[in-house]
Design a protein around this ligand. Structure first.
Ligand code: UD1
Ligand code: MG
Length: 455
């Protein structure tokens, strides 16, 4: 929307989070609170987006640009209230006309549809629109003052409200859309003569009404405007996100056997007929193709899983893993930064890091790529159809050719030609009746009176 500007308030210290991190940088569903707000905001394609950060929040500018490349960040050095925070963004709107939408950086569940609807409510006759919601517990919120005939005349903060006003449960979400000209004209008129001594943005609707203009409001579900002040609320928002993401995944055709035990990230992509067994975590950046089967107790991060692949139970895929179709990854297997080609198997207790495992190759139980020498990481290449015996150590950089075999227990330090056998093993011996002779010797020594510790 070419005539839309956004201001995201994120200067709050978040004291109740008891954290070194700015509140808006805390994560839910694998993304920061601010990231969620900006990702939603970006869908409106605003012409301008300014984030108001607090002092000592160097992370905020970078985080903002991740979701909206032209995002600008301003610092509100001292917090004097929401109107004061908005005024920090004013210099960036000097040459702008249109609508300005104000959002909070700590209210991450807001939907794009709600924001569009609120923005559309701003017209020539109604130059300001506020997003309200029915609060289960209105304590602490500002109240929308709506007369019996539906006329909305302003917002009253709880501390400044009369008992009758406090009895109202129609509350201010904080999200507001307003004609930019009017915003910048009236903002300087807001005073701080209130219970908190702050400059309240919520005084703006009253001022607009005072100019003889009509005010608009829209209502959204309370769940969309839940904010985060402490870690209990952070967990509640996480739960709400998970609920949403699980539902969407199931509606899109994935089976979650026990959905409440599967944790998704906002960017998790599950294909059709994917089956996810109980207790699986999808950290950010995971794509799972159709018909793949993720068995219980897997932790998967920044990886792609091919069609009909089977992963787990108890597997860990670290960043940079690409499993092609029909691959099998079994229990207690860890894979990092590797491509496992079609139909290859790594079924038990193995570590594969910085490797390429060729199609239909088999990596045996306990096999390990020794990819790190304490300083640098090196590559292991395993050819198609190669067979890596149990407990083999592949000391990278090293190559095992197509169809080659590595004998169990070998430490592979040289490249192996295609179809060759690599075996590195001490000669084996069998000493017949050794145990009997050994104990006979011990008993004889004891009978001769030698103590076990005698010299
Ligand atoms: C505000 C609203 C209240 C509404 C409630 C919804 C005002 C005066 N009140 O109250 O009507 O019901 O939100 O949650 O606006 N912020 C800054 N700089 C400041 C002050 C705040 O950036 O100087 C940011 C905060 O980081 C936060 C948002 O603005 O994201 C709201 O501030 P907060 O202090 O939480 O306002 P409330 O008292 O909750
Ligand atoms: Mg608040």
């Amino acid at each position: 929307m070419a005539d839309l500007g956004l201001i995201v308030l994120a200067a709050g210290k978040g004291t109740r989070m008891k954290s070194n991190l700015p509140k808006v940088m805390h994560q839910v569903a694998g993304r920061s609170l601010l990231g969620h707000v900006l990702a939603t905001a970006a869908t409106l394609e605003p012409a301008r987006l300014v984030v108001v950060a607090g002092p000592d929040m160097p992370e905020v500018a970078d985080e903002s640009r991740k979701y909206f490349t032209q995002a600008r960040t301003v610092t509100q050095a001292e917090r004097h209230g929401t109107a004061h925070a908005v005024s920090m963004a004013a210099p960036h709107f000097a040459d702008f006309t249109g609508k300005v939408l104000v959002l909070y950086g700590d209210v991450p569940l807001i939907s794009s549809a709600t924001l569009r609807d609120l923005t559309a409510a701003v017209t020539g006759e109604q130059p300001l629109a506020v997003l309200g919601f029915r609060a289960t517990d209105p304590t602490g919120y500002g109240r929308l003052i709506v007369a019996r005939d539906g006329t909305f005349s302003g917002i009253r903060e709880e501390l400044d409200a009369t008992p009758e006003e406090r009895a109202v449960n129609f509350c201010n979400s904080g999200v507001m859309a307003v004609d930019s000209e009017l915003l910048w004209k009236l903002l300087p008129q807001i005073g701080s003569n209130n219970a908190k001594g702050e400059f309240y943005l919520t005084d703006l609707p009253g001022l607009v009404a005072g100019q003889g203009a009509k005010l608009a409001f829209r209502e959204c579900p309370e769940t969309e405007v839940l904010g985060v002040n402490n870690r209990i609320q952070l967990a509640a928002i996480e739960a709400a996100f998970q609920h949403r993401l699980r539902h969407q995944a199931m509606l899109d055709g994935a089976t979650l056997v026990a959905p409440e035990t599967v944790f998704l990230s906002v960017d998790t992509k599950l294909g059709q007929d994917v089956i996810v067994e109980p207790h699986v975590v999808f950290a950010p950046g995971v794509t799972v193709a159709d018909r793949a089967w993720i068995r219980s107790f897997c932790y998967i991060e920044l990886s792609t899983i091919g069609e009909a692949a089977i992963v787990g139970p108890f597997a860990r895929l670290r960043p940079g893993v690409a499993l092609e179709s029909d691959v099998r990854i079994g229990n207690f297997v860890e894979i990092k930064q590797s491509v496992i080609e079609q139909g290859a198997k790594v079924n038990h207790l193995a570590y594969v890091g910085d490797a390429r495992v060729g199609a239909a190759a088999n990596v045996g139980a306990g096999a390990i790529t020794c990819n790190y020498n304490g300083v640098e990481k090196s590559l292991t290449e395993i050819g198609a159809r190669a067979f890596i015996g149990t407990n083999a150590s592949l000391v990278a950089p090293v190559r095992v050719g197509e169809g080659a075999y590595v004998a169990a227990g070998s430490v592979v330090t040289k490249d192996v030609d295609p179809d060759a056998l690599y075996i590195e093993r001490g000669e084996s011996k069998i000493l017949t009746n050794w145990v009997k002779r050994y104990f006979a010797g011990l008993r004889a020594r004891k009978a001769a009176g030698a103590s076990p510790r005698s010299k």
